[in-house]
Design a protein around this ligand. Structure first.
Ligand code: CP3
Length: 345
């Protein structure tokens, strides 16, 4: 385990299945999106350009920590940023998401994807240096995209509802698929290692779209590639593994090598723990849409989730997916206060 001030934080303790003084809380996609101060600093700067400027990365990473008093920062970046950093022609289009100029379809395409080197992401290490200096005892969560979710963007050319090209390639050309996911695992491993060496106290692997797979296809075509990333990281920091719509994949996602399994809002945390057993902490799982309801509804849901989370050997409070852009930031702050108050009492 890394030895810095943040390594004894509530977040790391919950992930390690120890007993923190209160339930730690942070929000997926807390950096950016719903904050007016984010929109101000981003004005006129393209998303991926902002991710490559250490001063801006540090500022945006810190904004939700200063405003909400969350128990962790998450690096402001994107799962496709490493692909841009190694020279792939892609962009994040506002209101759409990642768009890839030349989608991957063949082994030749895969072999043309460069390997990741730490030098290609020096700006990340620099940004984290600035962040750690301001964060003090609050941990920074580093993250990366899991090979399946990254592959789906590269093969479809952009966001996709049905992932049909991705699944066709996975099932019809398994050798091309394995070569692509191996390369993406190498890229995400170096991206995560760089963040850990620079001072991240925990990491999260986002396999946002894994829930589109059956358990059998996940285990046959995906699990080993994500497991390679977790194995390469080792036990230096806690590892969180998250996907959406993954109720039937939770045990497999834990078995890939996570300490904490991220749970979306569909599965109650006590049911998730019954499936996962005593070896895994859980993270989640307030429905992001509930933040648009009246406060008594939100309060009831937060209390329910904290109660269900007590069944788990460790609980990190979060949403079941990312903060929605139109969320009222003051509601997020109130949820943080409520989680701290209820769980400490
Ligand atoms: O948690 C945080 O706020 C940290 C930063 C972060 C971003 N993207 C910033 C971002 C993180 C952790 C991500 C991860 C990410 N990116 C995921 C996994 C999480 C998830 O939501 O499932 C995925 C699938 C992506 C790909 C991506 N990037 C999409 C689909 C989009 C478009 C939709 C959207 O959220 O607006 C992006 C763009 C993006 N990534 C923005 C931000 C702040 C919006 C760009 C902008 O403000 O112009």
């Amino acid at each position: 385990m890394t030895d810095n001030a943040a390594s004894s934080s509530p977040l790391v303790a919950a992930a390690r299945r120890e007993s923190p003084p209160h339930t730690p809380v942070w929000f997926m996609r807390q950096a950016g999106r719903s904050l007016p101060e984010y929109r101000t600093v981003r004005e006129g700067i393209a998303m991926l350009d902002s991710c490559m400027r250490p001063d801006l990365v540090a500022e945006i990473t810190m904004q939700p920590v200063r405003r909400h008093g969350v128990d962790a920062a998450i690096l402001f970046s994107d799962i496709v940023l490493p692909l841009k950093a190694i020279g792939m022609d892609l962009d994040i289009v506002a209101g759409v998401g990642p768009v890839i100029a030349n989608p991957i379809a063949s082994l030749t395409d895969v072999e043309a994807i460069p390997e990741m080197t730490p030098d290609a992401i020096g700006f990340i290490a620099e940004a984290i240096g600035l962040i750690i200096a301001e964060l003090g005892e609050t941990p920074l969560i580093g993250f990366a995209g899991a090979p399946f979710t990254l592959a789906s963007y590269l093969i479809e050319g952009g966001p996709s509802r049905n992932h049909e090209k991705t699944k066709a390639l996975m099932l019809s050309q398994p050798e091309v698929w394995d070569a692509l996911l191996s390369r993406l695992a190498q890229i995400s491993t170096v991206f995560l290692r760089t963040q850990i060496e620079a001072g991240a106290s925990a990491v999260q692997l986002f396999d946002s779209w894994a829930g589109s797979l059956t358990k059998a296809t996940y285990e046959r075509h995906v699990l080993a590639h994500s497991a390679r990333i977790f194995n390469a990281i080792g036990d230096v920091v806690p590892k969180i593994h998250f996907g959406v719509g993954t109720s039937l994949l939770l045990e497999s996602m834990g078995a890939a090598g996570a300490d904490v399994v991220g749970i979306d809002w569909r599965t109650p945390l006590d049911e998730a723990t019954a499936l996962l057993g005593p070896e895994y902490a859980v993270q989640g799982n307030l429905d992001p849409a509930v933040l648009f309801a009246d406060w008594p509804v939100i309060e009831r849901e937060v209390r329910r989730i904290l109660a269900e989370g007590r069944a788990a050997p460790g609980h990190i409070f979060n949403l079941g997916h990312g903060v929605l852009p139109a969320t009222d930031p003051d509601v997020i702050t109130r949820v943080v206060e409520l989680v701290h108050e209820v769980s400490a009492g």
